[in-house]
Design a protein around this ligand. Sequence first.
Ligand SMILES: Nc1nc2c(ncn2[C@@H]2O[C@H](COP(=O)(O)OP(=O)(O)OP(=O)(O)O)[C@@H](O)[C@H]2O)c(=O)[nH]1
Length: 312
Amino acid sequence: MPPRSTCPPHFPDAALMTLVRSTPLAICITDADGCFQVVNAAYCRLYGYTEEELLGEEFTLVVAPEHREMMRTMHRAFIETGEDNDPLIGKPGARAEWEVLDRQGRSISILAEAVRLEDDQGNVYKATFVVDISEHKALERSLRKANQRLTQIAMYDELTGLQSRRAGLERLEAEIHEQQRYGHPLCIAVIDLDGFKQINDTHGHAIGDEILVGIAELLRRSLRESDAAIRLGGDELLLVLPGVTLDQATQAVERIRQALAATPLTRLALEMTLSAGIADYRNESQDALLERADRALYRAKRRGRNRLAQAT
Ligand SMILES: Nc1nc2c(ncn2[C@@H]2O[C@H](COP(=O)(O)OP(=O)(O)OP(=O)(O)O)[C@@H](O)[C@H]2O)c(=O)[nH]1
């Protein structure tokens, strides 16, 4: 035999009701039809209604119209079984977060927890305890936004939108692992603009920036989905070209070189050229691969710029 309840035999009891009414926790009690039978002062304050306005009304008054039917169904299920069959979290449970509406139609985030009550006549009620978590939710949203922003800053170069050095080198490392596992060819190209310092010195940094943005656009247009374009720093760029041989990579970068030479950039329609060193991956470390591409780039520069060189 379960122990008998120590509650007074009549519900609601006057002393308990005083407690319910004066607690700072927002509480409402709804009957089997979902109509408010009790709302305490904290509940009224939270939603901006008077007690008279709420009593007898269906609880869906504080729910957005599109969610009312679902909430009615859940309320009925709770009255019958004592469990919320919450379709959003997919498991029974009487504690959940919701978005509700106050009297002005403003959205409030709440944490609600409920208990099923039964009086001596067998009438069933649902008592719901509500905590306003709007500030907490707003903070959560702004933290999520700040995190996204930080990720964006870490992953992408702010000026050009190309991948950042850090993200790009991580990507290259991942491609090297793929290559080691499956043996697909993998190439990289280290690109450096020709005479970029002179452009900055003659036309100013803002025009130099426009050039970098223009080249980034050209790269995005020219590369495949599976390729990556990375700004290593300054006017130095890295292309990661998976699945192509050294000759195919050279053809692809040669097309980019020609396209750049034929595309005047910025409002001053400046002509710009690039030099590049291209290397195919040869079972080496990332640093060794980058170093070979760098040496090839250096050769291309020495031979007169506006040209490519393959790494040996
Ligand atoms: N406008 C602009 N300039 C930058 C930026 N970052 C680096 N630079 C400049 O880019 C120039 C890089 O020049 P270098 O690559 O060393 O030399 P270069 O003039 O291109 O000469 P070569 O590479 O030998 O053809 C320097 O003057 C840097 O100050 C940037 O974000 N914006």
